[in-house]
Ligand binder design. Structure first.
Ligand code: HEM
Length: 139
């Protein structure tokens, strides 16, 4: 029996095998939300894709309660928080739905159970990001 983290890690590897995966995610996310388009207006999206690529691994580590994941999550959450990019909590829900759509397009092994694993693994990191919205950023 594979653990959630193993299933997630294998799926992430299948998605990352295509350079189009994160491009497609940003396409979906920017289409879905005018506020996301506004927030990323001046952003170098190639650089942003590299950031997100690393972040998904960090979120996986922090879901497994690894302290090295937590330290990075703390920083990422604080730069998105009230004193930083000020990303409202509901935008993370849009973010997650777009990411799962991209997974469904790029991982040939996608089924409902796999997407549930993605939700379970990312949920703590997303809850943590949302909880920082009201707090000032410490850079
Ligand atoms: C759990 C979900 C997310 C993760 C893991 C994540 C990760 C990251 C990381 C690692 C950076 C670079 C931070 C740095 O400066 O060191 C970043 C920047 C940024 N993120 Fe996120 N992010 C997430 C969700 C979102 C959402 C929902 C939005 C909404 C629009 C957003 C908007 C931004 C913006 C505007 C920047 C700055 C881009 C720039 O430098 O121009 N992020 N994100």
């Amino acid at each position: 029996m594979k653990t959630d983290l193993e299933i997630f890690d294998d799926s992430l590897a299948r998605c990352y095998a295509s350079p189009r995966f994160l491009e497609r995610f940003y396409e979906l996310f920017l289409e879905a939300s005018p506020l996301a388009r506004e927030k990323f207006a001046g952003t170098d999206l190639a650089q942003q894709r590299r950031m997100l690529k690393a972040s998904l691994v960090l979120m996986m580590l922090s879901a497994g309660d690894r302290p090295e994941g937590q330290v990075h999550m703390e920083r990422i959450a604080s730069v998105h928080g009230g004193g930083g990019h000020a990303i409202p909590a509901e935008l993370y829900d849009v973010w997650l739905e777009c990411l799962l759509k991209a997974v469904a397009e790029f991982d040939p092994k996608t089924d409902a159970d796999l997407l549930t694993v993605w939700r379970r693994v990312l949920e703590p990191g997303i809850a943590f990001m949302k909880s920082r919205y009201d707090r000032p950023a410490k850079h």
